[in-house]
Design a protein around this ligand. Structure first.
Ligand code: DC
Length: 677
């Protein structure tokens, strides 16, 4: 059985009250800019190297669609994405359906990009994307000459037949929408002549800025207070290698920013944040409330203004936030409401109707969440008033995140500054915009941790067995699972290592079987605490002595006694699921390619300041694998009922959450069984 990638069950988090925050951090790249960086890279001749790309699922959907259109994209080891530009008109007909997942921006912009191509594209997405109307973009794209067949005329799944004789269009936006504007401008790229968008109200201008940055022929003019944006199509930009740094997302920066404002004595710096004025309504609002927010080293990156932002804690006052500001901070009201809860006096946020139709009914989610944390609110029409407490917020609530990343993060921030810890029922949505959120907040001084699913889920399960080759990530996973479930943890490799270390200390060779057996029989608890156990030389000795059946059996009782602890145990090693605990409730077998494991080990050692050549690690691991799998006594093989998990392309967080999801399902199954009995 292999873990299915979409295995999922809730991942609750708890945020504990903490003292001041300090240090600096770079929040993930801006989502809007990340989509555009990839799409436009495909249209520019030459390779674009993109750093700081947001690697959330939405942006990966854009990357996947571009691949299907014949664009070569790869992520380098250093995290930089390389995109081989194909030039304007250079995309190929996709051989299969373009699945845009949950990404509304990607779907709409990609439709624009492909409208002037003479081929058929079929778009689909997840249930929530399929429920979002596409008519707004279909109308102008039809003017270029594209034709559509869509479910109920305007929903995905949708087939678009592009045109080989696109006509340039002048389109006046009927409603303010950066997505519609961008779709039209992108369609203009492969259309002869000049395509113009006229917008009465300014909307996010990331597409215009990025088109100009890549060198496309674009002009933006104000006539009678109205923006006229014109792009000249079918013109390639000069062949060049481009380096594009995606600025950090101001909407993500908002979370550590508000946390630092609320926690007395805090001072943090948020690096390389996009400060495009169409995005910074929250920063302005917080300043009006009395916050200390300073831009340092203002500069331009990828056509966007960016700065490092210094935030210092301070006393906030309630204010009146005008409806006109909503477009530049529509995503930021949840976290503003949290700041307002701690402010002196009332904060009135006007014109929030749009919030009811976001990823969730955000307005209701804010009101309910604040109520659960002891904060009063009132609503009149589309206006929300938060009654500030002047600093003392009770907290202690369990918040329903409603699959809304911003609600989840906002209330985790509230927990940091409240009297009592706040729990979020499910934090999985956070990864769409802010992968690594908890880690980053914790590095600044937060204490956000995995919360146990429910106590009932612990009942029937006692032992988790994790096996796998060296550096497959089993130790990290095992420790985290043990913390999460409140189980004891045993790294069984340390037993074999302790035997190896004893031989080294007494000057005996690993080939001295009798000495190894005697060391195994005489191990003491304190031998397992020796800091030298992690030494590579000791590891090599361990892998040799562990092939002796007598050594293995001398260590068996200890491991089984450990596994029998009433509080539950997680054991990791090579034979836990097969020999030590064949009855374990959960058996996992982690693998990863030799190269991935060597790279991890190399990185780990470098982090500890130890310089080792990558190739020698690779060789060592290869030898170790051969010994562990080739020996006749308890060779490294997955138990028949183990769940196999290939961690090659996963970080530790992803592995952990997948396993927690899976363990949850298993336990559910067992609960049913035990009820039946
Ligand atoms: O996981 P590790 O690198 O600490 O393990 C050191 C050696 O011990 C490994 O090469 C194989 C052996 N070992 C084993 O044979 N059985 C176990 N349950 C754990 C480790």
């Amino acid at each position: 059985m292999t873990l299915s990638p979409d295995a999922s069950s809730p991942a609750p988090l708890v945020s504990h009250p903490v003292g001041k925050l300090g240090g600096s951090a770079r929040v993930p790249g801006d989502k809007s800019i990340s989509h555009r960086a990839l799409m436009l890279a495909s249209q520019a001749l030459g390779v674009t190297e993109i750093s700081g790309l947001l690697e959330g699922e939405d942006v990966l959907a854009t990357a996947g669609a571009l691949r299907a259109l014949g664009v070569e994209l790869r992520k380098r080891r250093d995290g930089v994405w390389e995109v081989e530009g194909r030039g304007v008109g250079g995309l190929h007909a996709p051989a299969s359906v373009l699945d845009m997942g949950n990404a509304g921006t990607a779907a709409r912009l990609m439709m624009g990009l492909l409208a002037p191509y003479p081929f058929l594209s079929i778009f689909t997405g997840d249930a929530s994307l399929c429920a979002r109307p596409m008519g707004r973009v279909m109308t102008p794209l039809a003017e270029f000459g594209a034709t559509f067949m869509a479910r109920d005329d305007r929903f995905l799944p949708l087939a678009m037949q592009g045109t080989d004789e696109p006509l340039p269009v002048t389109y006046r936006l009927p409603v303010a929408s950066a997505q519609v504007k961008s779709a039209v401008l992108l369609a203009g790229l492969n259309t002869p002549g000049i395509t113009t968008v006229i917008e009465a109200e300014p909307t996010r201008d990331h597409t215009e800025r990025m088109l100009a940055w890549y060198g496309f022929d674009i002009t933006c003019e104000q006539k009678d207070g109205v923006n006229h944006i014109a792009v000249r199509g079918q013109k390639d930009v000069a062949f060049a290698k481009r380096l594009l740094g995606v600025p950090a997302d101001p909407s993500s920066a908002a979370f550590p920013m508000v946390a630092a404002l609320l926690l007395e004595g805090s001072e943090i710096v948020l690096e390389q944040v996009c400060i495009n004025p169409l995005r910074t309504g929250l920063f302005q609002t917080l300043k009006e409330m009395g916050a200390s927010i300073e831009y340092l080293g203002e500069r331009e990156e990828a056509g966007e203004p960016v700065a490092d932002i210094r935030v210092r804690a301070g006393h906030l006052r309630g204010i009146d936030v005008p409806a006109e500001r909503a477009p530049s901070m529509i995503d930021e009201y949840p976290v503003l409401a949290v700041a307002a809860a701690f402010a002196e006096g009332n904060t009135v946020m006007r014109g929030l109707g749009e919030l009811r139709v976001k990823e969730s009914d955000r307005l209701q989610a804010i009101i309910d969440g604040l109520a659960a944390c002891g904060v009063n609110t009132s609503v009149t029409g589309d206006d929300l008033t938060v009654h500030g407490t002047g600093g003392l917020v009770e907290g202690g609530g369990r918040i329903e995140a409603r699959h809304d990343h911003r609600i989840a993060m906002s209330f985790l921030v509230l927990g940091m500054a409240a009297q009592h810890a706040v729990t979020i029922d499910d934090a999985r949505a956070i990864a769409t915009s802010f992968p690594g959120f908890s880690g980053l907040m914790n590095a600044l001084g937060g204490r956000i941790e995995d919360a146990p699913l429910t106590s009932a889920l612990r009942l029937p399960m006692r032992v988790i067995a994790i096996d796998g080759p060296a550096a497959s990530g089993k130790g990290t996973l095992a420790q985290r699972l043990a913390r999460y479930f409140g189980f004891h943890y045993l790294d069984t490799g340390s037993l074999y290592r302790a035997v190896g270390l004893r031989l080294l200390e007494t000057g005996q060779a690993a080939e001295n079987k009798n000495a190894a057996i005697s060391a195994a029989k005489n191990l003491r608890d304190q031998d397992l605490q020796d800091s030298r156990l992690r030494n590579e030389k000791v590891g090599r000795m361990a892998s040799i002595v562990s092939a002796y059946p007598e050594v293995r059996s001398a260590l068996l009782d200890y491991q089984r006694a450990f596994a029998a602890r009433p509080e539950g145990a997680v054991l990791d090693g090579r034979d836990i699921g097969t020999v030590v605990c064949p009855d374990a409730a959960i058996k996992l077998f982690l693998t990863a390619t030799l190269e991935a494991r060597a790279a991890r080990r190399h990185h780990e050692l470098q982090e500890q300041g130890i310089e080792v050549v990558y190739d020698s690690i690779l060789r060592e691991l290869r030898e170790r694998d051969a010994r562990d799998s080739g020996r006749s006594a308890a060779p490294l093989v997955p138990a028949p009922d183990a769940l196999l998990l290939d961690t090659t392309d996963m970080d530790a967080d992803t592995v952990f959450h997948k396993v927690v999801a899976l363990v949850g399902q298993r336990i559910d199954g067992q609960l049913l069984v035990s009820i039946g009995e």
